[in-house]
Ligand binder design. Structure first.
Ligand SMILES: *Cc1c(COP(=O)(O)O)cnc(C)c1O
Length: 390
């Protein structure tokens, strides 16, 4: 059975054009970029070319890009690096209640070692209010970290306005743009952010490679100590093939992003329309407009996401229930709770996230099988029977 994959927000397959440019750096061009002979200069140059591509992609200067081992590391570096560098100035950090765990759990760790964190609430669409941020900033606030686009519901935050508020009070701003980069235009100059995280495997690059943009002049501590790589900000022999792949993936995304939106948005919209039409009592989560064009998060009342996920999987359809990191646990998604959904509804969530290789046939298949799956599960649901008197 051919897989219908709808989990591009979790990860993407590596584009074959990316694989192709990576292979020589696993084979003949294996040299350690820190060494002094010709082969090493070649790999060093490849890294710098990739850095230029990533920089261009987000309108940064190559000197402002450091490569990391992925999005989680970039988030950790930005947040801990700022906390450790500025702890004598203040120990208060502001984030939102709907961040990825790479941000939330980093903040929770910092709370354990003496920092104070405020988790800003969001409205029913998942938006952070710049006015609320303004009221929350204190004398001892050193960092605001708010994501650009939410991985579960797709809501796109008003980063530019939030940055303006933080900067008015002289506070640094980091954004986890892992879910935005590669899908929508991201321009660090226009946003005004001081730091920004991205990850290659969310835009058809390899896993385990990301980057942190650090605006020129911003001084934060390194996260990984050791050799002098990455301007002494991130020690360790570089993941050369991965970095080259990330650069290529950025170059391709720059060329193809617009065309991809034109292809993907109608597929997502059709699935949304048809599911609402065919399944009673379905809620669409996230902002109606300020939302990633590839993301559809729904709650199907009276049943659990896990059950639907398993039966969809049986039919060759790969989706996610809640976020990948919370699946397997019984707690419903913190994002859905934060937008105000009660536990029992949040449990019934499914996330479809579309990408490059989705087709009309994939959508047809979901429309064909999901209503039947819901009907079957609801027939077994005590909540549904109670409500509908069977
Ligand atoms: C995937 C993701 C991350 C983590 O990135 P990794 O490269 O998997 O470590 C962080 N933030 C968001 C919003 C994500 O979607």
């Amino acid at each position: 059975m051919k897989e219908s994959y709808f989990d591009y927000n979790a990860t993407t397959p590596v584009n074959p054009r990316v694989v192709e440019v990576m292979i020589p750096y696993l084979k003949e061009h294996f040299h350690n970029p820190s060494s002094a002979y010709k082969g090493a200069k070649y790999t060093k140059k490849a890294i710098e070319e990739a850095r230029e591509k990533i920089a261009k992609f987000i309108s940064a200067n190559p000197k402002e890009i450091i490569f990391t081992g992925g999005g989680s590391e970039a988030d950790n570096h930005a947040i801990k690096g700022t906390a450790f560098a500025l702890q004598n100035k203040g120990r208060h950090i502001i984030t939102s209640a709907i961040e990825h765990h790479a941000v939330l759990h980093t903040c929770q760790f910092l709370e354990k070692i003496g920092f104070e964190v405020t988790y800003l609430p969001v409205d029913k669409y998942g938006l952070v209010n710049p006015e609320t941020l303004k009221e929350t900033i204190r004398e001892d606030t050193i960092l605001v970290t708010i994501m650009m686009a939410n991985n579960e519901i797709g809501t796109i935050e008003p980063i530019k306005e939030l940055v303006r508020v933080a900067h008015e009070k002289g506070v640094l701003f980091h954004t986890d743009a892992v879910q935005a980069v590669g899908k929508i235009p991201v321009n660090v100059k226009e946003l005004g952010v001081d730091m920004l995280s991205l990850s290659a495997h969310k835009f058809y690059g390899p896993k385990g490679v990301g980057a942190l943009y650090i605006r020129r002049g911003i001084k934060i501590h390194p996260l990984i100590h050791g050799g002098g790589q990455e301007r002494r900000k991130r020690a360790g022999t570089e993941n050369v093939a991965g970095i080259v792949g990330a650069g290529k993936a950025a170059e391709i995304a720059m060329e193809e992003m617009e065309e991809e939106e034109r292809k993907i948005r109608p597929l997502r919209d059709r699935l949304e329309r048809e599911l609402i039409k065919r399944i009673p009592e379905v809620i669409v989560n996230g902002h109606p407009e300020k939302r990633l064009y590839n993301t559809l998060n729904i709650c199907v009342k009276y049943i659990e996401g896990e059950g639907m996920l398993a039966l969809l999987d049986f039919n060759g359809i790969s989706v996610s229930s809640g976020s990948a990191c919370t699946s397997g646990s019984l707690e419903p998604s913190h994002v859905l709770l934060a937008i105000g959904l009660p536990h029992e509804i949040a449990h019934g969530s499914l996330r479809f996230s579309f990408g490059k290789y989705n087709t009309e046939e994939d959508v047809d298949k979901v429309i064909e099988v999901l209503p039947g799956i819901v009907e079957k599960l609801r027939a077994m649901s005590p909540f549904w029977r109670e409500k509908h008197g069977h």
